[in-house]
Design a protein around this ligand. Structure first.
Ligand SMILES: Cc1cc2nc3c(=O)[nH]c(=O)nc-3n(C[C@H](O)[C@H](O)[C@H](O)COP(=O)(O)OP(=O)(O)OC[C@H]3O[C@@H](n4cnc5c(N)ncnc54)[C@H](O)[C@@H]3O)c2cc1C
Length: 361
């Protein structure tokens, strides 16, 4: 019997597998497809990402350094409110390469990572959990003390063990324009309902255009309108779901959710790479697979770790739906040089401002 069967080898699953294996746990990872594919992510992350990969990986994975953002209330030619720093705020990385690197890190410390295995059933029992997967050799059954649902926004594990869904699943669409773009600012357009559209310079990998909206808000048509507005065409369109708002419960009898499966994302950007990996480390620290009662410790601890930033992120997101004059005044008030850390919106505000903001939320 494995200590943990991890379902999904995205950033959260591979990070969990690596950290758990380093602690001497016996870990199997089942990934349905090819690791890192299909791509549905901008790979725009804070520089904290380098703490999660080996020395030397940065050179391979880094595509561009970003020093700030231009916020627009209109399209490509509209006025911009700039937020910037005199040093890089964030990095644009090769997301497929990141997933492969993280999976390799897990393998190197002993985790058994198998791609081509789609989990179809999870059954929790008093003494363990049975995980059924369809693989290259047909259907296989694995036993574990605890199953880890790191299987993304539409988590099969979540469904199988009867845990609730996230509050929202946004529909994100993106595409890449070939030709190098070494610009150092991203463009953010508050022109779609309750979220935003973006343009990201990706160095030699070109420029990326994207947006996310609620499923009823026709992401594909809005994406075409964004491309028309910029007067560009893109290669390689892709899309994916972005969960926002964690479910009320993320642990079962012998199961836990981590990463997008638990909506451990930033409500104001949809980014989940770093939050998912941080939560994975919390899970490894808190959960003893021989004592399933410790799952509740994870439930408490990951919420403590992310609560303030997620609450504040929700408030920032509420600003995307405010009337234009209010948005304009807000952008004017905050624009200019910033000290903000991309994953920690708390760094944008003073303690007193924070207390006031959180009491509204
Ligand atoms: C358009 C878009 C842009 C984004 N841009 C950013 C960004 O710039 N920065 C950022 O931080 N985040 C971004 N995100 C979010 C980011 O992609 C996710 O937060 C992150 O991938 C979550 O990692 P994860 O490991 O939880 O899940 P995933 O990366 O989704 O990994 C889950 C894995 O589980 C596997 N799986 C699913 N079901 C099964 C099954 N039944 N059996 C076996 N395996 C299974 C999948 O194949 C997948 O490999 C973006 C998302 C979208 C949609």
């Amino acid at each position: 019997m494995y200590d943990f069967v991890v379902v999904g080898a995205g950033p959260a699953g591979s990070r969990f597998a690596r950290s758990a294996s380093e602690r001497g746990r016996d870990v199997l990872v089942l990934e349905s497809g090819e690791i890192g594919r299909p791509l549905a992510c901008s790979g725009h992350v804070s520089r904290d990402v380098w703490e999660f990969v080996p020395d030397g990986a940065r050179e391979r994975l880094l595509q561009n350094e970003v020093y700030g953002a231009r916020f627009h209330l209109g399209g490509a030619d509209s006025d911009a409110h700039a937020f910037y720093k005199d040093e890089p705020v964030s990095n644009v990385i090769d997301r497929v390469g990141l997933d492969r690197t993280l999976a390799d890190c897990a393998r190197e410390v002993g985790a058994d990572v198998r791609d081509g295995h789609t989990v179809t059933r999870v059954a929790e029992g008093p003494d363990g959990v049975a995980v059924t997967a369809r693989g290259p050799d047909g259907t296989e059954r694995f036993e574990a003390r605890v199953v880890v649902g790191a299987d993304g926004p539409r988590s099969k594990v979540r469904e199988e063990v009867g845990l609730p869904e996230p509050d929202e699943l946004l529909h994100g669409v993106l595409g890449f324009e070939p030709g190098a773009d070494h610009g150092d600012r991203v463009d953010v357009h508050l022109t779609v309902p309750r979220f935003f559209a973006w343009r990201i310079p990706r160095g030699e990998a070109g420029a990326e255009y994207g947006l996310a909206v609620a499923p009823g808000d026709d992401a594909p048509a809005r994406f075409e309108a964004l491309l028309d507005d910029y007067g560009v065409d893109v290669e390689k369109r892709c899309s994916g779901a972005i969960p926002v708002g964690p479910p009320d419960r993320t642990v079962g009898e012998r199961s836990l959710l981590v990463g997008d499966a638990a909506a451990q994302t930033k409500p104001f950007t949809g980014g989940g790479i770093l939050y998912g990996m941080r939560a994975a480390d919390v899970a490894v620290r808190e959960v003893d697979p021989r004592r399933p009662a410790t799952l509740d410790d994870y439930e408490r601890a990951w919420r403590d770790e992310l609560r303030t930033d997620q609450q504040l992120g929700s408030l920032i997101r509420a600003g995307y739906s405010m009337p234009e004059p209010v948005q304009r005044a807000g952008l004017r008030a905050f624009s200019g040089e910033i000290g903000v850390h991309m994953d920690r919106p708390t760094s944008l505000f003073s303690r007193a401002q924070l207390r006031a903001l959180l009491s509204w939320g």
